[in-house]
Design a binder for this molecule. Structure first.
Ligand code: ADP
Ligand code: MG
Length: 334
């Protein structure tokens, strides 16, 4: 099911949470809403779901205006970061919940519900945990059960609001790959909210970068990473160094990513003198902090481990930098 978001505005008291939001999501697409806390992601998700009303604007699901369609008729599945499961219900009953609360006419039989739940338990790779209670599951297992519960109603749209936000890094990484695979199997139109740029870039077909109630940029992960259209997007997607104005020609601002900097021992025409303040080579990438001569500014650099080892740099040593790629923005931000 496609989602058309047209001219959506939303304010809370005097606070603007969403300002003229426009976005088209194609059937079967997985879109990430990425932005810092408070940028309006959850508000937009709740408006799509019908849990919140926009002040103005329209949401079309499969081309049909949803303004007067109640939440329970929208066939939308949700997963939230917290409190996703009913603690007093078993895993089985949690997953079955959306089916058991249906009106008589639309409710499947007990046998049909059981078949559906067992199918979903297999899908989330927890076939043996039907009788457990949420308190007897790990955080990652709980969120998989929450996803199964959302899928039980055969949603036409899946809305995931920071579903892995409370889990530790390793589990989060495993789960996001798993969600991506699941999406490739099921092709349910999905909106995935996150403030984690790595997660958004890895999981989605397209990323929608939000900031201060507006959409800053929409594009594939590679487009937004390689060609950020605003300074905000550039800074939010991965680490950057602000480039001092004397090192590039434009009259706006410039940024260079830590891995777009070369280090050498000898100067050549375009290199920039600096001192190694700190270096750490734990892992495949060595991270360095360099002090620029004069300005006192610190520049972060990342080098592949073999390059770092070959250079055999020492703390306090003077080296020369070259910025391979500077992303420049005019003062107005584009
Ligand atoms: P995000 O999910 O990106 O962190 P939200 O959509 O939750 O952002 O919130 C956007 C802004 O709107 C925040 O500043 C938040 O405080 C405000 N906000 C959200 N919901 C309400 C509400 N029910 N009442 C008042 N302000 C709200
Ligand atoms: Mg939120």
């Amino acid at each position: 099911m496609s989602i058309e978001i047209q001219n959506i505005n939303k304010t809370f008291a005097n606070y603007t949470a969403l300002k003229d939001i426009n976005l088209s999501i194609k059937t079967g697409e997985l879109v990430a809403l990425l932005g810092p806390s408070g940028s309006g992601k959850t508000t937009l998700l709740r408006i799509i779901a019908g849990l919140e009303h926009a002040d103005s604007g329209t949401i079309l699901l499969s081309g049909a205006d949803t303004t007067n369609i109640p939440v329970r008729r929208r066939q939308v599945g949700f997963v939230f970061q917290h409190y996703a499961l009913f603690r007093h219900l078993t895993v089985f009953d949690n997953i079955a919940f959306g089916l058991t609360v249906r009106d008589r006419g639309r409710r499947p039989s007990r046998a049909e519900i059981a078949e559906k739940v067992h199918g979903l338990l297999k899908l989330i790779q927890l076939p043996d945990l039907a009788k457990r209670y949420p308190g007897q599951l790990s955080g990652g297992q709980r969120q998989r059960v929450a996803l199964a519960r959302a899928l039980a109603i055969d949603p036409r749209v899946l809305l995931l609001d920071e579903p892995f936000g409370a889990l530790d890094a390793k589990v989060r990484k495993d789960l996001r790959r798993w969600v991506r695979q699941l999406h490739d199997e099921l092709h349910i139109t999905t909106v995935f909210v996150t403030h984690d740029q790595e997660e958004a870039l890895e999981i989605s077909d397209r990323v929608v970068v939000m900031n201060n109630a507006v959409i800053e940029q929409i594009g594939t992960p590679q487009e937004v990473y390689d060609h950020p259209s605003t300074p905000f997007v550039c800074q939010f997607l991965g680490n950057v160094n602000a480039v001092p104005s004397e090192y590039f020609r434009g009259d706006g601002v410039g940024f260079v990513r830590p891995h777009d900097i070369e280090i050498s021992r000898a100067p050549n025409g375009t290199t920039i003198e600096s001192i190694i303040k700190y270096q750490n080579a734990a892992g495949p990438i060595a991270r360095l902090e360099l002090g620029l001569n004069g300005s006192g500014q610190t520049i972060a650099v990342e080098l592949p481990r073999d390059r770092f080892d070959a250079l055999a740099l020492r703390q306090g040593e003077k080296v020369f930098l070259k910025f391979r790629e500077v992303k420049e923005f005019s003062e107005t931000g584009s």
